[in-house]
Design a protein around this ligand. Structure first.
Ligand SMILES: [Zn+2]
Length: 142
């Protein structure tokens, strides 16, 4: 199995993938028919969104956010494992809006990089032995 991580826009052109999943809280119109990798979305147990800004400002924000998200994915490990066994030998994509959001664009303009939960998804999958290719890797802070 291998997993490609990237934006909905990029993934939309990747018709050779065996399946494309939404890994975000909601999907654009053109991706409404894509199945949802629910475990990947940055959501708390109560369904509320996890946002970078929930972790304060300045020093340590990304570290606090990343630690929290890693812990969240650890808690969803059974769900992730069953998703991985479903995709089997396929090459699949998991998509997020970034960097095509106001927040990510502002980060790109200011820092030349942006932050996306898919960066954390990447490290979770890689640690599980999954082959991962990330589009936009060089611009994403992990
Ligand atoms: Zn994102």
């Amino acid at each position: 199995m291998s997993v490609v991580l990237g934006s909905f826009v990029e993934m939309n052109g990747m018709v050779d993938l065996d399946e494309r999943f939404s890994g975000a809280r909601w999907a654009p119109n053109f991706a409404q028919s894509w199945p949802i990798a629910g475990w990947a979305a940055p959501l708390r147990d109560d369904g509320s969104a996890v946002r970078l800004r929930d972790f304060g400002v300045g020093e340590g924000v990304i570290e606090r956010y990343s630690e929290w998200m890693l812990e969240m994915y650890r808690g969803k490990w059974d769900e992730i494992r069953s998703w991985l066994s479903e995709i089997g030998e396929w090459e699949v994509g998991v998509a997020c809006w970034c960097p095509n959001t106001k927040v990510a664009r502002a980060q790109l303009n200011r820092f030349g990089t942006y932050h996306c939960h898919l960066g954390i998804v990447k490290s979770v999958l890689v640690k599980s032995g999954v082959e991962v290719r990330m589009l936009n890797d060089e611009r994403m802070v992990k």
